[in-house]
Design a protein around this ligand. Sequence first.
Ligand code: ADP
Length: 177
Amino acid sequence: LEPKEEFSHKTLAMDVMRPRHSDPPLSVITQDGMSVEEVETLIADTSYSGFPVVVSQESQRLVGFVLRRDLIISIENARQRQEGVVSTSRIFFTEYTPPQPPNFPPPLKLRGIMDLSPFTVTDHTAMDIVVDIFRKLGLRQCLVTHNGRLLGIITKKDILKHMAQIANRDPDSILFN
Ligand code: ADP
């Protein structure tokens, strides 16, 4: 089954990406300044496989992508082993970590677990191209931007669901197998 046929009526990335209009906003992590506790809360309150890392909530400029399981392992390790890392410690995905003010707990540096070049497409990219890229690069997810601003995410499952809706067939039988 050719993806090009499935998407002949020019479905765009914006038609498949999440969040939808009625959904809560994308769950992102800022590259500096979030506390260990804030990130742990985000992990506990969501079940997403990963989180885009952005410069700031205001800019929504994409810095990278971090997997949920890597975050969990790194925070657990740091709490157990790294001298002084506590709930109020700041997490940094930046290259350089500014000196912490006196009496602040040591920071937790997590740049090492971040994918620095997550795959991105624009909201106007045609879905047949997105599907080609997913297949060729074996992607699990892809981020969607508009004028450099992060808008959404498309996972492999999002694509399968969308194609199943179009074809009204079992999603597992169509692609990626
Ligand atoms: P899957 O699509 O394989 O279930 P996820 O559990 O990561 O993978 O995502 C579940 C749904 O939430 C998908 O529709 C996806 O587009 C969306 N999603 C993934 N990550 C995020 C995120 N950080 N914030 C908001 N929505 C997300």
